[in-house]
Design a protein around this ligand. Structure first.
Ligand SMILES: [Zn+2]
Length: 138
């Protein structure tokens, strides 16, 4: 006898119904595009600075005492610069992912739980891909 009760439930339709209005998505897309441009400029500037720092480092490489306090503080500054760049790259990735989600129509839906992300949250973080609850649950 076939088990008729095994049919999986249909996907919740109200997810689609609660999708963001096209005009709202358009507004966030404009914000995300300008944010992406800004971040790309910041990263380009930053890479140029790093390149200059690298060149300075290479010329100072023949220093007779690499373990001096001066060299140590220079490395510290350099690492700080690197981490600043990393945060910007992370942010750019988030912005690009949000733009990709606008492209495939999943923008404004939490990546983790599938619930709609409140517009108020997107106003603050247009690149948010998780709702507040999921973002806090780390
Ligand atoms: Zn969520």
């Amino acid at each position: 006898m076939p088990a008729a009760d095994n049919v999986p439930p249909p996907p919740p339709e109200d997810c689609v119904a609660r999708k963001l209005a096209a005009t709202t998505v358009k507004k966030f897309k404009a914000q995300l595009v300008s944010e992406r441009d800004r971040l790309e400029r910041v990263i380009a500037d930053h890479e140029r600075e790093l390149e200059e720092a690298r060149m300075t480092e290479t010329s100072a490489e023949r220093s007779p005492d690499p373990g001096s306090a001066e060299a140590g503080s220079m490395n510290f500054e350099y690492e700080k610069e690197l981490s600043l760049g990393q945060n910007t790259v992370d942010l750019l990735r988030k912005v690009e992912r949000a733009l990709a989600r606008i492209g495939d129509g999943t923008y404004g839906v939490c990546e983790s739980c599938g619930q709609p992300i409140p517009v108020a949250r997107l106003e603050v973080l247009p690149y948010a891909t998780e709702c507040v609850t999921c973002a806090r649950r780390v």
